[in-house]
Write a protein that binds this ligand. Structure first.
Ligand code: UD1
Length: 420
């Protein structure tokens, strides 16, 4: 296992380029199971989660090859429809093979993902949606066992207690693409990754309209063919570097960051006192002044993303006053609080809310990464803290950030990887 050793203190300056979206790549790669013939997905980041998905698709009879930032996928053998627990356990997003397997192979057996560091994460909405399309779904030995002779279009409502579901919307959309007739998803997730998946499905010959809005209409087709597609830039990686620039009083241009995907984040950073401008091919974030406190509530897109909550908390730890952070998507997602406290932060947690009182400085300390985004927040804290911080268990970060230490080095940050 690796750890990061971080020397804090410097201002981050320069340019960094973000890669393709992890959360787009995963369902898009799964959607390739629907196709006849080869697909080429471009802009796929080199991450542990992507390697797990490649291994899963291979187990499911696909030939999968990486060629630079592209991944070529072609299904040769449809006999095995079982996504086994040892792979699903490593990555919850494996659940998005459920819709494609069911639609294309008429059956699927997918291990239930189970809990994870950010909460219980049920998949009831996925199952409700697929049942509405006519699937028979049972639970057996910890697996979801689904079958359907023929999926039929239906009206499906995907709103849950915490809003819609991103991967649930993806699963139903993928299944509906090959169903008979028209499916209408109401209360669909509006995330750009859902719209990106729809673009890929449409390139394959599907007829999906309205993706990116709460109402998606899918007219089922007989078959889909492999297609070429480039995934959108990763908006969470973009946001992480934007927050890093602001917290370090830096001046960073985040190349490939898209203003249209980042509105809630840009709005909050400006409120806190950062200057954010579009700059050629990206967004420039600068801050040379005192940081203002802010109240932030995470929400489904286009609201402030839960995947940037931890990173923003690091920033607010150094703001001049009290901030209130309310987590409305994953109410238990506060694992980073205890670690930030070890670095001298002043945070009080009350249920799904954290009250952050700004301090003058954070102090380097040994801390432990607990989940992907919480770990990124600790790296940011280390970069601005006095002295040295070690972040243990960085395999969490490697799940979602490609060469983060190299990218920070480019900006003048001192993050070194070492064996634990
Ligand atoms: C995706 C993202 C993840 C992000 C999350 C919310 C991927 C690979 N992952 O996860 O990074 O944090 O969206 O933006 O794209 N829920 C239910 N029932 C369900 C499904 C979800 O109650 O059947 C709840 C969840 O517990 C959570 C909320 O709905 O409170 C949103 O979850 P969801 O959008 O499904 O997250 P994922 O798609 O798993």
């Amino acid at each position: 296992m690796d750890k990061f050793i971080i020397q804090g203190g410097g201002r981050l300056k320069g340019e960094v380029t973000v890669g393709g979206s992890k959360n787009s790549s995963l369902p898009i790669m799964a959607a390739s199971l629907l196709a006849e013939g080869p697909s080429r997905i471009k802009g796929v980041p080199g991450l542990a989660d992507i390697r797990h998905t490649m291994a899963l698709l291979e187990e499911l009879g696909a030939e999968v090859r990486r060629d630079g930032d592209a991944v070529d996928i072609e299904v040769h053998d449809e006999a095995d429809s079982h996504a086994r627990y040892d792979l699903v356990r490593k990555m919850r997003a494996s659940v998005c093979v459920l819709g494609p397997l069911l639609a294309k192979r008429k059956k699927a057996r997918v291990a239930m993902p189970g809990g994870c560091a950010i909460g219980s994460r049920p998949i009831d909405l996925h199952l409700r949606g697929l049942r509405a399309l006519g699937a028979d779904i049972q639970l057996s030995g910890g697996d979801v066992v689904a079958s359907a002779k023929r999926l039929r279009g239906a009206s499906v409502f995907l709103g849950g207690p915490f809003g819609s579901t991103v991967l649930g919307t993806a699963n139903v959309m993928m299944a509906a693409a090959l169903a008979e007739g028209t499916t209408v998803i109401e209360s669909a997730a509006c995330e750009p990754e859902v719209a990106d998946l729809a673009d890929y499905l449409n390139a394959m010959g599907a007829r999906v309209n309205g993706a990116g809005t709460p109402r998606v209409v899918i007219d089922g087709v007989e078959s889909l063919r492999g297609a070429e597609h480039t995934v959108i830039p990763d908006r969470i990686e973009s946001g992480t570097f934007m927050v890093a620039s602001a917290v370090s009083n830096g001046e960073v241009t985040v190349k490939n960051a898209r203003m249209d995907h980042m509105m809630a984040v840009v709005d909050k950073l400006r409120q806190i006192g950062a200057i954010v401008e579009t700059s050629n091919g990206g967004l420039e974030v600068a801050s040379a002044r005192r940081l203002e406190p802010a109240d932030v509530t995470t929400q489904p897109y286009p609201g402030f993303p839960t995947d940037l909550q931890a990173q923003l908390m690091t920033l607010l730890c150094l703001a001049d006053g009290n901030s209130v952070i309310t987590e409305k998507v994953f109410p238990d997602r506060f694992m980073h609080v205890a670690e930030l406290l070890r670095m001298g932060a002043n945070i009080r947690k009350e249920g799904p809310t954290a009250i952050v009182t700004g301090v003058r400085k954070l102090v380097g300390a040994p801390v432990m990464a607990s989940d992907l985004r919480a770990s990124a927040a600790l790296v940011l804290a280390g970069l601005v803290a006095d002295g040295q911080t070690t972040v243990q268990r960085v395999y969490h970060i490697d799940r979602g950030y490609e060469s983060i230490e190299r990218k920070f080095a480019q900006l003048g940050g001192d993050v070194r990887r070492a064996a634990e």
